[in-house]
Design a protein around this ligand. Sequence first.
Ligand code: NAD
Length: 244
Amino acid sequence: MTLAAVADCIRQAQSVVALTGAGISTESGIPDFRSATGIYSQRQDAMELLSLSTFRRDPERFYRFFREAFLRWGDLQPNRGHRALAALEKMGKLRAIVTQNIDGLHQKAGSSRVLELHGNLQTATCHSCGRQYPMEVVRNDQAPVPLCPECHHPLQPDIVLFEQALPEQVVWAAVHAIENCQLLLVVGTSLTVAPACNLVDVRPPGARLVIINNDPTPYDPTADYIIRGSAGAILEELVNLLNL
Ligand code: NAD
């Protein structure tokens, strides 16, 4: 049984790090990007809409998509996959979650060390004066483009847009966590978005790589274990095995 073997590897590992993507949140009702029912299949221009150039050139168009696609996520709840990773942290096994997600569901499930590579939906920032506001300010603003209450420039949600660099300190913390892990648990990501996917390569020699994902990923040939299926069910079963 692959899952029992993975549970044994987790038992033996002093330090486990998880790298998660949109697939861990689909069971909470948030579409991923690249599955058949993902955001790209509905909106082929999603990548362009979520780019820095669109935000600068046509913030009204950016906000039409952002409001329709992202603002409702604030009301959604973590699923058993998020809860299983929080349980793994409480067992003293999971050192960190490095996530590409912006939905905040790992924290809602109780995980305390979450490194958000692509930012989050909690705040928005004015790049003219640097003031940061809770996302409620954007949510409650009826104007086509929410403006900074102080200097009246467009507010940018604190998510990393295409063409923007990742937050440096978070990347270094993620590199440090993965460099020091003995097992990297990859969950619900196509591992096609760079530079996040390249973090798989910084695991130390001898560290196990376990991939839990519905579809194949480019890193499958280097994995010690590949488990296909629902991330929620698999992670829950894994935690049950560890509790035996
Ligand atoms: P992706 O859409 O490229 O890949 C998701 C992967 O998850 C797919 O390979 C799919 O087979 C798998 N998957 C979907 N549901 C699953 C389930 N229930 N169980 C197991 N596997 C499942 O997502 P990505 O690799 O994270 O890259 C997308 C980018 O889009 C990220 O940068 C992320 O920031 C952003 N994004 C975030 C969210 C979120 O915050 N929840 C949602 C959509 C997109």
